[in-house]
Design a protein around this ligand. Structure first.
Ligand code: BG6
Length: 469
């Protein structure tokens, strides 16, 4: 739909950006922090330097000052569960509480709204050793952890996100580093883990409303529209299949407390259905998210698949996804360009996704990740010419504005990432930030912070409330 006049971004729009604890903080075993599953997985063979990441733990004041200089209204970060409870449960680590108190207070001092992700891939390793999400005790551990967060930070944190990209942990856990490699029947086990994470999330949402009078809480999956490769009816069915397994399984449960029927029939067909214990569905139904936070990088395109299909085509999806025989197979989209890391770029798909979410759930939406990973180059005079990133972000913000004009209730835009950090599986050289962190893959250098061109551009976007793009 073309609009003669576009609506403005709301006055209190949450302009900001995002990071996650294990990707930015470093200090992975400092001040009583315990190891997480990510700390224990070998992301970069032969070095532990990746664990220093951007050393935000020791640079947080300087980093927040830079975000304030850009005019950030909000900053989305995650709390490392193992900083609060080294082993996932037990005694609270006061030094961990102190770190996040300092961080939150520093943000508030600069009028930046803290948006907290409670769990971003970094499950405590001690819990993993006891079965991780396969063990129902992890649900209780998460509820206990959530309670500690709400009690300690709920007086200042209004926006809470439960679990980052639960759907990607289920679909692509081996790439992210969250998959327990000892699982015998991984897919079946993963859908059991998914059920337990859903319960943990539901309990945390209920608790948030009980403990934090002004608290708002929502899920934070990775959501993207799924396109059929052609108008062939079988391709349309394949797109519905994939969207149900990738998107709606997670959000139908978070919002309506029910299993998506297509996703459920897929699990039945494959023998993956989880055991639902007495009382589970009641817990799931009684959780009411206040908004949906979601990460969007690109769309997916899929085609019909016969049972004997070999699905080897890669998509520009979060990770290489090759399809499921008899359900869908991935296809590339000839209308889209790709980043240098092979991810398809689809700003219009962002508008599609926003519209779909709005129609389906009728809740406020918060964009918590969107961005372009690239090999930025530090040039003489501390210049980083990342015009490709500006172009990417500009096009997505334009589509956000169109979606708002379409009637979507978008309350904020927090792209990935506020400053450079370590990618989930492609090292430090794949950069996303507005601020360059001076380090290489294997050389920590001086970790100096340097403003990229996109830094100055985003500053002007925020000060004009999205008018000057
Ligand atoms: C999201 C994750 O999936 O994508 C982030 O929530 C991640 O943790 C981001 O960093 C970009 O992916 P990658 O693999 O390029 O780091």
């Amino acid at each position: 739909m073309q609009h003669a006049r576009l609506k403005e971004f709301p006055k209190d729009f949450l302009w900001g950006a995002s990071t996650s604890a294990y990707q930015v903080e470093g200090a992975w075993n400092t001040d009583g922090k315990g190891p997480s599953v990510i700390d224990m997985s070998n992301i970069v063979e032969g070095t532990t330097d990746f664990k220093v990441t951007s050393d935000h733990y020791h640079h947080y004041k300087e980093d927040i000052a830079l975000l304030a200089e850009m005019g950030f209204k909000a900053y989305r970060f995650s709390i490392a569960w193992t900083r609060i409870f080294a082993k996932g449960t037990g005694e609270v680590n006061e030094k961990g509480i102190q770190f996040y108190n300092n961080l939150i207070n520093e943000l508030i001092k600069h009028n930046i709204e803290p948006i907290v992700t409670m769990y971003h891939f970094d499950l405590p390793y001690a819990l993993q050793e006891r079965g991780g999400w396969s063990n129902r005790e992890t649900i209780d551990a998460f509820e206990n952890y959530a309670k500690a967060l709400f009690i300690n930070f709920g007086d200042r944190v209004k926006y809470w996100l439960t679990i980052n990209e639960q759907n990607m942990m289920i679909l692509h856990g081996s790439v992210i580093g969250t998959l327990d490699k000892s699982l015998k029947n991984p897919e079946k086990e993963l859908y059991k883990q998914n059920h337990h994470m859903m319960l943990a999330q539901a309990k945390a949402m209920k608790l948030c409303h009980a403990i934090c009078p002004n608290g708002k809480i929502g899920p934070a999956p990775n959501i993207s529209s799924v396109y059929p490769a052609s108008s062939k009816p079988e391709d349309i069915l394949a797109a519905m299949n994939y969207s149900s397994i990738r998107n709606w399984l997670y959000l139908d449960m978070a919002v309506y407390g029910r299993y998506n029927s297509i996703a459920w029939s897929y699990m039945e067909e494959k023998g993956y259905t989880p055991t639902i214990e007495k009382g589970d569905m009641e817990v799931l139904k009684n959780a009411n998210p206040d908004f949906i936070a979601f990460n969007y990088y690109n769309t997916a395109t899929v085609a019909h698949s016969e049972n004997d299909d070999l699905n080897t085509v890669s998509t520009g999806d979060q990770q290489i996804s090759d399809g499921k025989p008899g359900v869908y197979k991935s296809s590339s989209n000839p209308y889209l360009q790709k980043t240098e890391f092979g991810w398809e770029i689809d700003p219009v798909g962002f508008r599609n996704t926003l519209r779909e979410l709005n129609d389906r759930y009728n809740l406020p939406l918060l964009l918590t990740e969107n961005g372009l990973g690239a090999f930025d180059k530090l040039e003489e005079g501390d210049v980083i010419n990342d015009d490709y990133r500006i172009d990417y972000l500009r096009k997505h913000i334009e589509q956000a504005k169109l979606a708002i004009t379409d009637g979507v209730r978008l309350i904020g835009y927090c792209p990935w990432s506020a400053i450079d950090l370590v990618s989930t599986h492609q090292g430090c050289s794949k950069r996303y930030g507005f601020v360059y962190v001076n380090r290489d893959e294997f050389d920590l250098k001086d970790l100096r912070r340097i403003r990229k061109n996109s830094f100055y551009w985003y500053k002007q976007v925020i000060s004009s409330n999205g008018e000057k793009l």
